[in-house]
Design a protein around this ligand. Sequence first.
Ligand code: GDP
Length: 445
Amino acid sequence: MFATLSDRLADTFKNLRGKGRLSEADIDATAREIRIALLEADVALPVVREFVAAIKERARGEEVSGALNPAQQVIKIVNEELVAILGGETRRLRYAKTGPTVIMLAGLQGAGKTTLAAKLALWLKEQGKTPMLVACDLQRPNAVNQLQVNGERVGVPVFAPEPGNGVGDPVSVARASVEEAKRKLHDVVIVDTAGRLGVDAELMQQAADIRDAIAPDEVLFVVDAMIGQDAVTTAQAFLDGVGFDGVVLTKLDGDARGGAALSIASVTGRPVMFASNGEKMTDFDLFHPDRMASRILDMGDVMTLIEQAEKAFDQAEALKAAEKLAGNGEFTLEDFLAQMQQLKKLGSMSKIMGMLPGMGQFRQQLENFDDREIDRIEAIIRSMTPAERDNPKIIDGSRRMRIAKGSGRTVTEVNQLVDRFFEARKMMGQLARGGGIPGMPGMPG
Ligand code: GDP
């Protein structure tokens, strides 16, 4: 996501490095490069124009700051403008004051609505809500069933028309679902509506009828970020036809350009509220404009990383590991395995690393990182006996052969793992004793 834009902007800023002050020509050149970068990222033209004009104006007018050099000043301006076009402050869900909060999803077929409905339900459930899903997509064959399957996956009940009653009428289903939610004390109702392959009047009318029948607290427009400029046109059509309060971008994992994300809030005047970035039910979160801007500028997204770590990591495990590292006990392969498993819960390695600042330059390597590597390590450690995990020194030649056979890996791989483990343990021991990392010059003081 945003890879091209990130790279382009990084190059632009590089050209400014070492400059004492920005001349008019520097500002013009920078503005031109930013313009190209945005256009290449598929950002809508009016948004690009406005963005570049703002950057130019501010770069000219900026006070000479003692703390920041010109390159940093431009980065600061670009960052602030990016946050602004992405919608400014994080927009959170508005819950109803009384009765269930009704959230209606609208969008084209294939946008990822049904998947998103379940992701949103899971997300709400994790915050202590008791959501209910409603299947009002009675057009697409199998849509009801798909929602039921997804609902089951996340453990959220699905309200759907009785089978055998013909196709059913989505407006009545929607209306009945809100009554059902009141009866069963669900505090959030998520209504999945039908999409079509393209925008058409009948689809808009149906969505508008459902909206009128249930008066949703939030209408969310769900859009596939991979469709590029079309996302903006479609959004405009839904805004006119149904109206919506916020945008959900899906498939952010697949789009390297990401212009839709950058354009849609500006063009529609509606904030991006959620982002969906993968096939897993947990690949979903609130959309934070400031964090996204940080990522685009390769300043990292440490906040999200910390939040995910807090969710995934077992506090007790983490404490135990920290104690071992401090030298109050020997770090064993068992601990190593536990750490690997915790790391795996965080998601793919490339996603984790992508959130660290300055990782843009390693993008290629990150994309090539094979997450199965962790599975292979796990298989090897699992083929060891408890005694071997506890005291890897006893792992001799014949044990290595047995472990290799048991795990379906080669002896070389077993050797590599054991060697790496000893290396890591040696280094951790030195760190814990305050010796610094070997091969690194000592820190002053
Ligand atoms: P709907 O027609 O709008 O209900 O769309 P679906 O929920 O059926 O999604 C269409 C396809 O997109 C399915 O194959 C989903 O698995 C896939 N999909 C949905 N969200 C994401 C996402 O965030 N990332 C990726 N890679 N695929 C997604």
